[in-house]
Write a protein that binds this ligand. Structure first.
Ligand SMILES: *[C@@H]1O[C@H](CO)[C@@H](O)[C@H](O)[C@H]1NC(C)=O
Ligand SMILES: *[C@@H]1O[C@H](CO)[C@@H](O)[C@H](O)[C@H]1NC(C)=O
Length: 200
């Protein structure tokens, strides 16, 4: 083998390696620049997580017979909140489940929702359930609740959300709600509120 040929092959390998190295360096710089841009946007705008909270809940009617059939009429006004002064947010795939003692009473859904900066949007539901048969445990729980005059329902739900600042759009993240609402049997108003979602 003439040594010239080897050295030419060597030069070619050299060229390929150098090209790859330069591309890698450019890529690395691009990633760093993008990271810095995201960090700067984050520091400047300090986006806060959008969330959903219960604005108002009212148990309009509760029918319960000794066969263990539960029927309710409920008003549930939720609110999608965006506390950001500069970031626009959107919510999608909203889904909420109202349960009594792990038995589904109502399923509430909504497609998507845009919430401009520093504002909130209502998600108002009025739900009338069909008669729902309670199992033995739930019947006992309902009897106990009615004796106390306070009926608890569990609200669980989730939504996807993200914020947007100019061309910067965050990834979608899930926000979850899980809380217990207590209603006075006499007038249907809630005992206490303060239920909102947590994000991760
Ligand atoms: C955001 O809303 C609050 C109360 O509604 C208001 O006082 C504040 O000025 C608003 N901020 C901006 C930047 O619009
Ligand atoms: C509902 O009834 C409870 C007790 O029965 C009472 O403490 C509460 O103030 C009433 N709420 C309203 C809005 O009338």
């Amino acid at each position: 083998m003439p040594p010239r040929l080897i050295s030419q092959e060597g030069r070619q390998t050299h060229f390929v390696i150098w090209t790859l190295a330069v591309l890698c360096a450019i890529l690395t710089i691009a990633v760093i620049v993008a990271g810095i841009a995201v960090f700067v946007v984050y520091m400047v705008y300090q986006p806060k997580m959008p969330y959903i909270r219960v604005a108002y809940a009212h148990l309009d009617e509760l029918l319960y017979d000794q066969l263990g059939l539960l029927e309710i009429d409920i008003t549930l006004n939720l609110e999608a909140v965006n506390d950001n002064n500069k970031a626009h947010t959107s919510f999608s795939a909203l889904s909420f489940l109202l349960q009594f003692h792990d038995i589904d009473v109502a399923v509430l859904k909504s497609n998507s929702l845009e919430v401009p900066k520093n504002s909130s949007r209502p998600l108002n539901y009025h739900f009338h359930s069909s008669p729902i048969p309670l199992d033995q445990d739930a019947k006992e729980a309902m009897d106990k609740a009615l004796r106390r005059g306070i009926v608890p329902f569990d609200l669980r739900g989730h939504a996807k959300t993200r914020w947007k600042v100019g061309i910067f759009v965050s990834v979608r993240f899930w926000t979850h709600i899980s809380c217990r609402l207590h209603f006075f049997q006499t007038n249907g108003s809630t005992v206490e509120s303060g239920c909102s979602t947590t994000s991760h």
